[in-house]
Write a protein that binds this ligand. Structure first.
Ligand code: BEZ
Length: 258
């Protein structure tokens, strides 16, 4: 499988993502005796913070480039593996991993287009009564950029909606999925969060919008789409001082394996 992620692009354009992970890390409230799985650990910045709070932390991510970066940052107890979040149960069985007290996930679950499969995998790797504590994109997340991408692709003869790699559920939809797959929902909330970007919309799009941009045939066409979306959003999403913002909507979930 090709790896569309670039750890260096992520560091330049999206280092705000792990920095904003502190709220869900606090909700996890990791204990010194606990064994925790970081599901979608990316470059390992949050995983290292988690490692200071618990006994063992194992980070998994589908991107080999991100896992290579995480291994460079590693200090102490964190362990990292490349693994597809849709096949967590297979990875766990093949690796003969021990069950986890908790599965933690920040800014990842919206990339899994088969959410029930991901939830069943998380259920499989938890101890009885283990908890899942996750934050990811919920209903209307990054709505303006998402809509602009879909529109730009539709205009060029592609099916923009079908190209979207993201799943942004409502609280009701995700609660139903959790309950249907063996979890008791302790809390779930959608939280809008105005988010300042490291760079600009084009930087954000090249880091996260690759599923759309990759289908365009030429670099010129890609540059046209980036410029079109930047200019479309500039009047409202660029502040007076030149800084760019996107309205993120986070879904924060705490659920227990039944
Ligand atoms: C998010 O963290 O919500 C997100 C990241 C990339 C693309 C879309 C959403």
């Amino acid at each position: 499988m090709t790896d569309s992620w670039s750890a260096s692009n992520y560091d330049t354009h999206a280092s705000f993502v792990p920095k904003l992970g502190n709220i869900i890390l606090d909700k996890l409230d990791a204990k010194p005796s606990e064994r925790i799985l970081d599901f979608g650990c990316g470059d390992g910045v949050l995983t290292q913070q988690l490692a200071q709070k618990c006994h063992t932390v194992v980070g998994i991510d589908a991107s080999p480039d991100m896992i290579a970066k995480a291994k460079q940052l590693r200090q102490g107890i964190a362990e990292y593996h490349v693994a597809d979040g849709h096949c967590l149960d297979d990875w766990f069985d093949e690796q003969k991993q021990e069950p986890f007290d908790a599965v933690f996930s920040s800014a990842t679950l919206h990339w899994l287009k088969e959410p029930a499969k991901a939830i069943r995998g998380i259920h499989h790797v938890l101890k009885p009564n283990g908890r899942m504590v996750a934050e990811f994109g919920g209903f209307m997340n990054c709505g303006e950029v998402h809509t602009a991408l879909i529109t730009a692709m539709n205009r060029r003869g592609h099916d923009g909606k079908a190209l979207s790699p993201w799943y942004f559920p409502s609280e009701a939809e995700y609660s139903k999925l959790l309950e249907a797959n063996g979890f008791r929902v302790d809390s779930i909330e959608l939280v809008p969060r105005m988010t300042q970007l490291n760079t600009d919309i084009a930087g954000w799009l090249t880091t996260f919008g690759f599923a759309f941009l990759e289908v365009l045939k030429t670099e010129q066409e890609r540059q046209e789409v980036l410029a079109e979306i930047m200019e479309h959003l500039r009047p409202v999403y660029q502040r007076e001082d030149g800084k760019w913002f996107i309205m993120y909507v986070r879904l924060r979930v705490v659920a227990y394996k039944q």
